[in-house]
Design a protein around this ligand. Structure first.
Ligand code: PGA
Length: 269
């Protein structure tokens, strides 16, 4: 079926609201296509979504047995079993609690010796899997998606990136100090992300309001890599009231959602 191109902005009251809405979008995708290829994200924002998906798995029989996953990024230099690695994060907060098959999980390997070869092979595995159907994204305060910091090429592919100082500071809370945060990460590029068939970006809290505004309403710019979402035909942004508060057109976005429900059609912006 041909999907209607659109950018949807869904504004929920709070963090629990965005977690439920995001999980139900992901669950719908899996129920429609049980062999869905999911692009997954780490960080505080998607935690509630993973919790909701685990609940759906336990209580409503949502099955991940055919689902294939690719994570966006990983710290460079951290072994998979390091407690702060994104590998550990994903297993603890999601994979260990649902029925995803270990052989269907891909997370960039932060310990690879040949970075270029690894990055090319990560891209190749995504292609071989048929491409990503639905990519989940958070957004950094500097407007990054994945670890595509300001200045990243909007055509970039999976590669090694230097983290911005702001990101290092933001992530210090997980490491118990800025000095312990790795300075490099492997990340899918903006070009890689834009090839996913659908994008689902989440944001919660007032500290993300500026980045959300720049991403949705600002000019397309490599200084705010999330603004590249404006180029994609199938984007859903799910944010809470606090993260929406700098959006100039937020009442219009609410109205569009209301209209879409009333006509039972996919309308969009
Ligand atoms: P957060 O990170 O969910 O921990 O705020 C988002 C991001 O940096 O992409």
């Amino acid at each position: 079926m041909h999907a209607v191109p659109r950018l949807r902005v869904i504004i929920e009251e709070d963090y629990n609201g965005i977690s439920r809405a995001a999980a139900s979008i992901i669950a719908k995708e899996i129920r429609t296509k049980p062999w869905t290829v999911l692009g997954l994200a780490t960080g505080s924002t998607p935690l509630g979504t993973y919790r909701e998906l685990i609940k759906m798995h336990r209580e409503d029989g949502l099955s991940f047995s055919l689902v294939r996953t690719f994570n966006l990024d990983e710290y460079f230099g951290l072994p998979p079993d390091n407690p702060q690695s994104y590998h550990t994060f994903m297993f603890e907060n999601f994979f260990d609690q649902v029925n995803v098959k270990p052989e269907n999980i891909s997370i960039p390997d932060g310990m690879v010796a040949d970075v270029e070869l690894f990055c090319a092979s990560y891209e190749e595995s995504i292609r071989k899997a048929g491409g990503i159907d639905l990519q989940l994204l958070g957004i950094g305060r500097d407007g990054h998606i994945g670890f595509n910091e300001p200045g990243s090429s909007l055509g970039s592919r999976t590669r090694l990136k230097t983290l911005a100082e702001e990101t290092v500071r933001d992530n210090a809370r997980f490491f118990g100090g800025e000095d312990k945060v790795p300075r490099l990460a492997l990340t899918m590029g903006i070009g890689t992300i834009l090839e996913a068939r659908k994008l689902l970006m989440l944001a919660s809290g007032a500290e993300k309001a500026g980045a959300v505004k720049n991403a949705i309403e600002g000019p397309l710019s490599s200084q705010v890599t999330a603004s590249a979402l404006q180029l994609h035909p199938q984007v859903t942004v799910v944010i809470d009231e606090q993260a929406a508060k700098q959006l100039e057109k937020r009442e219009y976005y609410r109205y569009v959602e209301k209209m879409a429900k009333s006509v039972e059609h996919d309308t969009g912006i």
